[in-house]
Ligand binder design. Structure first.
Ligand SMILES: *Cc1c(COP(=O)(O)O)cnc(C)c1O
Length: 368
């Protein structure tokens, strides 16, 4: 028996048929850049997340870079970034020539409440990350940023489908960034991303930046780049978007099952917030001080798990920053992501839970 962490070759049935039909339709139409699929995707996502402007681009890392450029963040500026996140968040800051200033997370892995202590006269923006899909309270964060005169760029790459007071993750800030990397909750069959904003001028700037500085063909008003989405990916995303509520229900049901099955294990810290609307269950990350032993034990049984992420960013030489980041560090040492995605079957979730129960009962005496 093997339980893969995520196996996208399992996309079957009606969804697979619809994706194939979409591909055929697009071959027939012969439109592979811009066009009605891109327009439809932007309209639908803007409406779903309640963001006035939704602008598709090539990937989530580009979305972050474009957001920073649109807000004119660059050399000499500092940007506050959580110590625990996927590398893109800090990478984009470096790419535009600014300096990421890392701050610790809380014990759920999102930027700690006291991030204001990282502010200096050079701070131009803060990038909260909804790590694992769990939103941090956005209204207080945005209010604090406003008070200090800095921008907020939301890294909502892991949080598509998380909502706070009915508004989607990514729609709370100056610019919100989404990724449609294949492993994300809404994933393309390739690379894609998006910027969200409610400011029409920023929206125009983002449109320019993603398409060679032009809003109108051959009028290059700034130095942009090519970060357009592939029409074919927009088409696939439109198909996945119509199945999204059903797929999310499956994720939630599996998350509930894990919480029920694993609830009695004392040594285990469960991400109980997964059941709330502020969490899209992108990742189901448990914490235990016996993380590595548990990971090996499950591997022996054919159960694949993952670590998001084994290194905190200030410890990575290219981002090196001195300081202590105890919560982020602890998460990197104790966090373990269990397989959870809509392509799994209920019996697989139960097998994973059983493996974990077995580990803790079998080794209880030997573990301390
Ligand atoms: C996936 C991800 C990104 C980047 O998205 P890509 O589409 O892979 O470039 C950025 N930030 C976070 C937190 C992510 O998980």
């Amino acid at each position: 028996m093997v339980i893969p962490f995520l196996d996208l070759s399992r996309i079957e049935g009606e969804l697979k048929t619809a994706l194939i039909a979409k591909f055929s339709q697009q071959l027939e139409e012969g439109v592979f850049s811009a066009g009605k699929e891109v327009q439809l995707l932007e309209e639908q996502i803007g409406k779903y997340l309640k963001s006035p402007y939704a602008l598709a681009c090539a990937n989530g890392t580009d979305a972050l870079e474009i957001a920073l450029r649109a807000l004119e963040v660059g050399p000499g500026d500092q940007v506050i970034v959580p110590a625990m996140t996927w590398v893109s968040t800090a990478e984009a800051v470096k790419i535009v020539g600014a300096e990421p200033v890392f701050w610790d997370t809380d014990n759920h892995g999102v930027l700690a409440n006291d991030w204001g202590k990282a502010l200096t006269s050079k701070t131009k923006a803060v990038i909260p990350v909804h790590l694992y899909g769990r939103m941090l309270p956005m209204e207080p964060l945005a209010a604090k940023a406003k008070k200090h005169g800095i921008y907020v760029i939301e890294d909502a790459a892991q949080a598509f489908g998380s909502f706070q007071h009915g508004v989607g993750a990514g729609a709370f800030s100056d610019v919100g960034c989404l990724s449609f990397y294949p492993t994300k909750n809404l994933g393309a069959l390739g690379e894609a991303g998006m910027c969200l904003t409610s400011d029409s001028e920023l929206a125009a700037k983002i449109r320019q930046l993603r398409n060679h500085g032009q809003l109108v063909r051959d009028q290059h008003e700034c130095i942009g780049r090519n970060s357009r989405i592939d029409t074919i990916q927009a088409g696939f995303l439109n198909v996945f978007l119509s199945a999204f509520p059903r797929l999310q229900n499956r994720r939630k049901a599996f998350a509930r099952l894990y919480v029920e099955e694993l609830g009695g294990i004392e040594e285990l810290n469960l991400p109980t917030a997964v059941l709330e609307e502020e969490h899209n269950v992108h990742l189901f990350v448990i914490r235990t001080s016996h993380r590595n032993q548990l990971k090996d034990f499950l591997k022996e049984k054919g159960i694949q798990t993952a670590i998001h992420y084994p290194n905190i960013l200030p410890d990575i030489p290219v981002f090196a920053q001195k300081g202590v980041f105890p919560n982020a560090k602890k998460l990197s040492e104790q966090g373990l992501s269990l397989p959870l995605n809509p392509w799994m079957e209920e019996h697989e979730i139960l097998s994973v839970a059983k493996g974990i129960q077995e580990f803790f009962s079998k080794f209880k005496n030997g573990l301390d």
